[in-house]
Each structure stands twice: as structure tokens, then as C-alpha cells.
Design a protein around this ligand. Sequence first.
Ligand SMILES: NC(=O)c1ccc[n+]([C@@H]2O[C@H](COP(=O)([O-])OP(=O)(O)OC[C@H]3O[C@@H](n4cnc5c(N)ncnc54)[C@H](OP(=O)(O)O)[C@@H]3O)[C@@H](O)[C@H]2O)c1
Length: 336
Amino acid sequence: MAKTIVILGVTGTQGGSVATEFLSKGWNVKGITRNTTGAAATALASQGIELISADADKPSSFTNVFSGAHVIFAMTNFWQPFFASFAELSKKSDRATGEHSYAVEVARGKTIVDAAAKALEEEGTLERFIWSSLPPMKKLSGGKYTYIYHFDAKAEVADYIREKQPKLWERTSLLNMGFYTSNMIKYGGLMGVAKDKETGRYMMKKPGKNTAVHPLVVTSDTGKFAELLVRTAPGKNLLACNSMTDYASFIKLWSEVTGVPCEVIEVSVEDCDKAAPGGVGREAGESTACSSEFGWGQREGTLVLPWEIDPNLKLTSLREYFESEDWEAFFAKQDE
Ligand SMILES: NC(=O)c1ccc[n+]([C@@H]2O[C@H](COP(=O)([O-])OP(=O)(O)OC[C@H]3O[C@@H](n4cnc5c(N)ncnc54)[C@H](OP(=O)(O)O)[C@@H]3O)[C@@H](O)[C@H]2O)c1
């Protein structure tokens, strides 16, 4: 009989990829959404995915959502509460929005973890709990970078599983998604590629040395990383990336594919803060600066790369990723 995976964020980027991968492997796929009748959910249902209505802000809605699950893929979205409250909270201080979203993300994580632990205790059938985590950057940087709330909140949830739900921890693997390759399209002048209005030249501004190597992930491969964690023993702390690459090489490849030159410019975290005040520029800037300076935990020796677990894992190359995007639409937007 087919095994069952229950996916958080099934209507989104990470969860959607996990659903596609496990459907293709013949699994029984269930997905959690707050809106089972929305367009995204309806499209998933037509592919054979069973939608479950639940909201991580409402712990009571998580009763029994994981019943029958052999695998749970769990993620939370830091940026939704961040941007929903930014206009109001950023007036108070440049930490207020990050602190709020940190608290929301940790509370959501605990709701999900407690429900998964309960399902394991009651049914005993859960084989793997995958937590979409990120490393504790404040700790890794020795307290130098303290605004990277979207990493530290996910790391706190990982600590919660280990400390408060040890039985679940025995069946857990952590999936740390690297920086999305698609950030360069989504985040324009800050961390992305953008056309300079005065010179007409393309540039990417980012903190940290141009030679620093970062984990870059093609999000459509999320399902492959999750599948890797299901078919191997638990206890992994996976740095999910398609390539460990510096941004200068990344953009050089982009220029080769698009035929458009682009300069990568080193900026400071303060420059990011000035470009996007209120905490958002600092949070984004610190994450790249910290990655550049301290890495993601490689020095601590706890992280493992996908190809170290399975040298034959077929992942999308950066060139294939670039070739898959609609650059005509991207360039047209730059001229608007
Ligand atoms: N950008 C990067 O470089 C990067 C790198 C690593 C990690 N990340 C992290 O990735 C996360 C975002 O993941 P994504 O890209 O997959 O997001 P996404 O595409 O925006 O999808 C978000 C998903 O979360 C679900 N969701 C939101 N609030 C919920 C709630 N209260 N209860 C249940 N489900 C809820 C949504 O489902 P419904 O709307 O259907 O309910 C949706 O499926 C962020 O936390 C970010 O920090 C980003």
C-alpha cells in the first residue's frame, strides 16, 4: 500500500515541489492549506492531492491533521507576518517587525511539532519528520549578527524538537534551504539584479565579499531534497543547495545565458538598511553578510551537503535554472 506524506505549505514554493516529487513516486499526498477552496488548492486537488484545512495560528485546527502520516514535511512562512505588520511595527523600532514575526514563526512551529509528536505517540507510524529549518546565525556569528530573525526562529523550533519532543527528534531530519536562486528576480535592487536607471547597466548589490561562497538552491528541487531525507536515516542536518557558489560566478553565468553584462557590487549592511529602512534591509543584508563571513554551520561540522549523502542525486544545474526563467519578462519589467 502506498505510504502517506502530509505537507505544510503545499500551495507554496517548497511544499508544492515536495508534493510534485512524492506524487511522481506514487505516494498518497495530503496537503495542509488555510483555504481548501482557493484556486491553488483546487488545482492541487485535481492532481489527486487531498487538501486538509488547518491554520498554524490556530492550534486547535491541527488536531488529527497528521493522522496516518508516514512522513511530514513542515515549513513556516516568516515573511507573511513580517510584511503584514511592517507598516505599523516598523514605526516603533527597526527590530519590532522582526521580533514579532520571530514570535509568530516559533509559535507556529511549536504547534506543528506538538501535533506531529502527538500523532507519533498515538499511532507510531510516523517514520520521518522533516523540518524546513535554517541555521542559528546569531549563535554562529558569536552575537555579531542579531537581526536575522527568519533564520534564528526556525533554528529555535529545531531546538524545541530536540529538547521537548525527543521521540519525534529521533525521526527528524532538518532541511536548511539555501538562498533561493530566484531571489535575484524577486528582490530587485536589494539582493537582486536590477537595471541602474542612470547608466542603464545591470548590477547586483549584496553585502559580503564577492569571492564568498554561498549555498544557492533551485526551489523546484525541494522535493528531491525531501525525498533524499526520507530514504536515508534520520538525524541529518542537510544544507539543501544545488551549488556552493560565489555571487560573481553566479552572475557571470547569468550573463552568459542572457547575453546581458552585470556587475556584482559589494555593499555594507548599512547600505542595505538605508535602501530599505525599518529593519527589512538590515535583516536581508545581515543574512548574506553572515553567510559570507561565518557560513551556515559548515565550520561546526554538523551540516551535510546533498551530494555527500547521494553522489548520484540529479539536481538542476545553475545553467539549467537560468535557462528555465522568462528573462524577456524580467527585462521588460526593468524598463517600466
Ligand atoms: N528566499 C529565500 O532565499 C529563502 C531561503 C531559505 C528559506 N526561506 C524561507 O522560506 C519560507 C517561505 O517558504 P516558501 O517560499 O515555500 O513560501 P510560499 O511560497 O510563500 O508559501 C507559503 C506557504 O505557507 C502556507 N501558510 C502560510 N501561513 C500559514 C498558516 N498560518 N498555517 C498554515 N499554512 C500557512 C501557505 O498556505 P495557504 O496560503 O494555502 O494556507 C503557503 O502554502 C520563509 O519562511 C523563508 O524564510 C527563504
